[in-house]
Ligand binder design. Structure first.
Ligand code: BES
Ligand code: MN
Ligand code: ZN
Length: 486
């Protein structure tokens, strides 16, 4: 979706939208539209859309009202995004190619207008490249949003900032949507190399050979049943001088069959998005670099495919991690924590981060706990947990904290090695977090966000269609803004 800025409604615009607050229709609307809106019970609630037709310059024009709710609502930004998104949802495949949004009549500020444009762009994401038999009416027709009379500063807010964040979300959705025969560890790395070309982000890649040299027995163990060798990619944005970076570490299991502890067939295709943490990290790095954040940020993705071939690791195997700690692999389907353990150790030794946040589709149990409304948050640091929660709240990527402590930690002691990779049946998301915490050195402030319930949506939401949501890109971006810049 392209976005451009104009000072008047283009002559060829046939669809013109206005953003309307609750119970405050624009004064100069023709009576037919005003009455029409009333008859249709359009009140300007966030996400409501009303469409009417009239004549302008001898041509039929569609006038659209998009509700943005009450101006003093505390979720105002979300409501404005919803308004932009609702417009795009309505016209994306309507046959219309250009949507003009006239901001001239309202009282929105630059950030408000940028929020509308953000919602519009995010809702436009599609991944139709493998659909060769789409009917015309299924195809995207809308290619351009024209912001007319946008408030002063909107264009800069968009070009220097909001568009970069939207591009980050789109990149994450792309990576998550691609099937597992297309995105595997090496091709994930390639996709990142291409996308980060010219952004100023410094890329480092570890191959399986490097991993052997460094003693990364855990990620290698996960990858050894697959024909696709594992990789780790680091994307470093140095916008903040000499300060220690914040590190974001993503689980990138490009397909999780479960390995020898194989998953049931029904729904296994979902496990193409078991790289959602890595996808969020890559997209967030694109956002942060794209808007030239004044912060030092590094994103690390631990990439492996979990498959069950004759060389696959077995339940009972003991592997030695890069940290030196040994792990008894009880269940080969608890592979995310294995991939992350070596990724976390390498991250700390290489980048000496001030704070570490990992993101992972780590457990089905978190979906039982929090459903698809919040991701799970685990942390050894109250300040960090608070800042992440606030950042998520501000952008609509909601997270909810659960405990970590010694009592849970004991549940993953092993009789034969230092740690076992699964605990008892209860508290599965917490024991998974405890496993990760064993790889955090020197009490570095650390948080783990279990996003298993948030990466993929079975139905459309405010700013996403069903499918990949791009969850956590904006949370990370916002957290960087609020804690490391300024
Ligand atoms: N990738 C899964 C977790 C998952 C499940 C993500 C459903 C998204 C949707 C993870 O690797 C896994 O298999 N976890 C196991 C852990 C168990 C073996 C202790 C699980 O949740 O069942
Ligand atoms: Mn698994
Ligand atoms: Zn997994």
């Amino acid at each position: 979706m392209k976005t451009r800025f104009e000072s008047a409604i283009p002559n060829d615009a046939r669809t013109v939208a206005y953003i309307v607050d609750t119970d405050s229709l624009p004064g100069d609307l023709p009576a037919s539209l005003k009455d029409g809106a009333g008859i249709s019970r359009f009140t300007g609630k966030a996400g409501q859309v009303f469409e009417g037709f009239g004549e302008a310059g001898g041509k039929t024009r569609r006038t659209v009202l998009a509700g943005a709710g009450k101006p003093d609502a505390n979720d105002r930004q979300a409501a404005l995004e919803k308004a932009g998104a609702a417009l795009v949802a309505k016209y994306l495949t309507s046959g219309e190619s250009m949507l003009a949004i006239d901001f001239g009549t309202g009282s929105l500020g630059a950030q408000d207008a940028a929020a509308v444009l953000t919602g519009a762009r995010l809702r436009a994401f599609r991944w139709d490249k493998y659909r060769t038999k789409m009917k015309d009416e299924q195809k995207v027709s809308l290619t351009e949003i024209v912001a007319v009379n946008a408030p002063d500063g909107t264009e800069a807010a968009w070009n220097d900032d909001a568009a970069a964040v939207a591009a980050g979300v789109e990149f994450t959705r792309e990576l998550v949507t691609e099937p597992a025969n297309i995105i595997y560890p090496e091709s994930f790395v390639e996709r990142c190399r291409e996308r980060f070309e010219g952004t100023g982000v410094e890329i480092t890649v570890l191959t399986d050979e490097d991993m052997k040299r460094m003693g990364m027995g855990a990620i290698l163990g996960v990858g050894q049943g697959s024909a696709r060798p594992p990789r780790i990619i680091a994307m470093h944005w140095k916008g903040g001088g000499d300060e220690a970076p914040i590190a974001f570490v993503g689980k990138g299991v490009t397909f999780d069959s479960g390995g020898i502890s194989i998953k049931p067939g029904a729904g296994m295709e979902d496990m193409k998005w078991d790289m959602g943490g890595a996808g969020a990290v890559a997209g967030a790095m694109l956002a942060v670099a794209g808007r030239k954040a004044k912060a030092n940020v590094v994103g690390i993705c631990g990439l492996a495919e979990n498959m069950p071939d004759g060389n696959a690791q077995r339940p009972s195997d003991v592997v030695t991690t890069m940290s030196g700690q040994t792990v008894e692999v009880i269940n080969t389907d608890a592979e995310g924590r294995l991939v992350l353990s070596d990724s976390l150790t390498w991250t700390q030794q290489t980048f000496k981060p001030s704070r570490i946040v990992d993101l992972a589709t780590l457990t089905g149990a978190i979906i039982i706990t929090l459903g698809n409304e919040h991701a799970g948050l685990f942390s050894n640091d109250d300040a960090l947990a608070g800042e992440l929660t606030a950042a998520g709240q501000a952008v609509g990527d909601k997270i909810w904290r659960l405990p970590v402590n010694d009592a849970y930690d004991r549940l993953i002691d092993s009789p034969i090695a230092d740690i076992r990779n699964v605990g008892p049946r209860g508290a599965g998301s917490i024991t998974a977090a405890q496993f990760l915490q064993r790889f955090i050195e020197n009490d570095t402030p650390w948080a783990h966000i279990d996003i298993a319930g948030m990466v993929w949506a079975d139905k459309a939401g405010a700013t996403w269609d069903k499918g990949a949501t791009g969850f956590a890109v904006r949370l990370i971006d916002r957290f960087v803004r609020d804690t490391a810049e300024g």
